[in-house]
Write a protein that binds this ligand. Structure first.
Ligand code: RIB
Length: 344
């Protein structure tokens, strides 16, 4: 005989608390309503023992809310995006929302498929790091008044809310740092050429060269995507040039891993033989045999701001178009050599 599932009302009577307290705890809103940890744990434990299963669909239909957010990122295996996802999950849960996470694998078709799936799940809003060169499918969501915030990547030509790093400023400061250390022959290994994060980093790189009066030459920039293989193959080519650069600026975390591999295979050392600076701080940056100098993106703030921007959209009548750039931070370690000293 199928056991009749216990109700919120029955749990409340048994534990001598209000049904709203039970509902808030079981909907992950204990923090939001300042319900004590002890009370929340007691309710969770008893509900679990009694086999309570929340009827989210019924709740969703009643409230026209499911307290869920969809997150779509280009590469879940990339520590940068994993860090972003973690920050968004923590902030969402704190605000009583739960996450559906999709990996678009840098593929627009998968991104569109993920959006459709999430809409069918009646998520209350979407946070997307878009992968393509066109955001028209995302603009349609805005035209349907569906809450959406872009994170990390966006489309300047499209009026959609976004939270991203100040990539141009970060790349300018990194390149300026290399120049101050005496480097003029700097090679920039770029990521996905059409991604706005890459476009702005290249722009910052060029601006720093121009400010220092170093002529830009097209061959100073190579690269095809944000992967390890791109860093590896581009560095192998750079090391075969008649004039090898004195420094490499990798525009992404995974790119710099490929750079390190190619330099090691060539029997060269960082920074003795060639200097390296990487966009994106990663957990391993400080622990490499030569601790890496990096441009750190503030993953925590990016995630937090994206969630709060989305939740403001949920509660506002009109579409809020917040567009915010979060500063990056140059973390100086040991991968860049000061060659001014040699020049004297
Ligand atoms: O490694 C992925 C890169 O692309 C990161 O720097 C992030 O900013 C994304 O745009």
């Amino acid at each position: 005989m199928k056991k009749i599932p216990i109700t919120i009302k029955a749990i409340a009577e048994e534990l001598k608390v209000s049904p709203s307290t039970v509902s808030r705890v079981l909907n992950g809103q204990a923090d939001q309503y300042r319900i004590s940890k002890k009370t929340a744990e007691t309710i969770q434990e008893y509900a679990h023992q009694q086999g309570f299963v929340p009827n989210q669909i019924a709740r969703g239909l009643r409230l026209q809310k499911t307290n869920t957010i969809g997150l779509i990122i280009p590469d879940i295996s990339n520590p940068f995006f994993a860090g972003i996802a973690r920050s968004i999950e923590i902030e969402s849960r704190k605000k009583g929302y739960f996450l559906f996470l999709f990996d678009s694998r840098e593929d627009t078709g998968l991104e569109k498929e993920s959006i459709a799936l999430l809409m069918s799940k009646k998520v209350d809003g979407l946070i997307v790091s878009p992968v393509g060169i066109s955001g028209t499918h995302l603009l349609k969501l805005k035209q349907q008044h569906f809450p959406l915030v872009l994170i990390d990547r966006y489309f300047p030509e499209i009026d959609l809310p976004f939270i991203a790093s100040d990539n141009s400023r970060g790349a300018f400061e990194a390149t300026n740092y290399l120049i101050e250390k005496g480097h003029k022959a700097i090679a920039c290994i770029q990521g996905l050429p059409q991604a706005i994060s890459n476009i702005q980093r290249v722009q910052g790189f060029k601006e720093a060269l121009e400010k220092a009066g170093i002529p830009f030459r097209n061959e100073m920039i190579t690269g095809t995507d944000f992967g390890v293989e791109n860093g590896y193959t581009q560095t192998k080519k750079l090391l075969k040039r008649t004039s090898v650069p004195s420094a490499i600026f990798a525009l992404g975390n995974m790119i710099s891993l490929g750079v390190i591999k190619a330099i090691a295979e060539a029997g060269l050392k960082i920074p003795e033989d060639i200097s390296l600076i990487s966009f994106d701080e990663q957990p391993y940056s400080a622990f490499l045999s030569t601790p890496m100098t990096t441009v750190a993106q503030d993953k925590e703030s990016l995630g937090k701001e994206a969630v709060n921007s989305l939740l403001e959209n949920l509660s506002s009548q009109e579409y809020l178009n917040e567009k915010k750039l979060i500063p990056t931070r140059l973390i100086e370690r040991a991968s860049v050599k000061d060659i001014n000293l040699i020049r004297k």
